[in-house]
Write a protein that binds this ligand. Structure first.
Ligand code: GRF
Length: 206
């Protein structure tokens, strides 16, 4: 099976990047992380990428670009130059420009710490706790123009405990993310999928 080349964009500590790199290294996930880029120079993800010997590791400073489009365009050019098939967002905290989403239509995936469409946005874990739901979870989805609104590739449930705080809940969510993200990437490469409207249909159909 030919490996897919992926670009990972991350702003934070990079535990999902690490899980993907580990799964790729152990042969569980047929991807090669060809590029890692961050909008934060001090992101843990950059250190993880360097330690793993990722070919292209980029710290892009948004302040050095005149606009969001210009930043995304430079990022997209590096992704194309690295020959990446997929763009994997792993805790990437920037809103992508419409041009970037259109340029890489149906090739950008994200992981979100809730069962979408519940609790979109940057505070999904604390919002679920504050609402009092008994179950939340993780969603892997395609990225389109609607925030956290693209087609759903995979979901998993995480139960909320009576004594949970944001930290304890996010820790269990992270543990699930570290399984589901590499597993979903593997399924995408191995099985392929098509879209029927917004519904993901797994498998390659003639
Ligand atoms: C994850 O919880 C993910 O769902 C969200 O951002 C967090 C990133 O964590 N989009 P990490 O940087 O991969 O540790």
């Amino acid at each position: 099976m030919k490996k897919a080349r992926i670009a990972v964009l991350a702003s934070g500590k990079g535990s999902n990047l690490k899980a993907i790199l580990d799964a790729a290294g152990s042969g569980q996930c047929p991807v090669e992380v060809a590029l890692v880029a961050s909008d934060k120079a001090d992101a843990g993800a950059l250190k993880i990428a360097e330690a793993a010997g990722v070919e292209t590791v980029l710290a892009l400073n948004p302040k050095e670009f005149p606009s969001r489009s210009a930043f995304d365009s430079a990022c997209g050019d590096s992704i194309d130059a690295a020959g990446c098939d997929w763009i994997v967002l792993a805790g990437y905290m920037r809103i992508l420009s419409g041009e970037f989403i259109a340029r890489f239509r149906d090739r950008i995936i994200n992981i979100h710490p809730s069962l979408l469409p519940a609790f979109v946005g940057a505070h999904a874990v604390s919002d679920a706790l504050a609402y009092g739901v008994r179950f939340t979870g993780v969603t892997v989805h395609l990225v389109d123009e609607i925030l956290d609104g693209g087609s759903i590739l995979a979901q998993a449930v995480v139960e909320i405990r009576d004594d949970d705080c944001e930290e304890s809940l996010h820790q269990r969510i992270h543990a699930v993310e570290h399984q589901i993200y590499p597993a979903t990437l593997a399924r995408m490469v191995q099985d392929g999928f098509s879209l029927n409207g917004r519904i993901v249909v797994w498998g390659r159909h003639a």
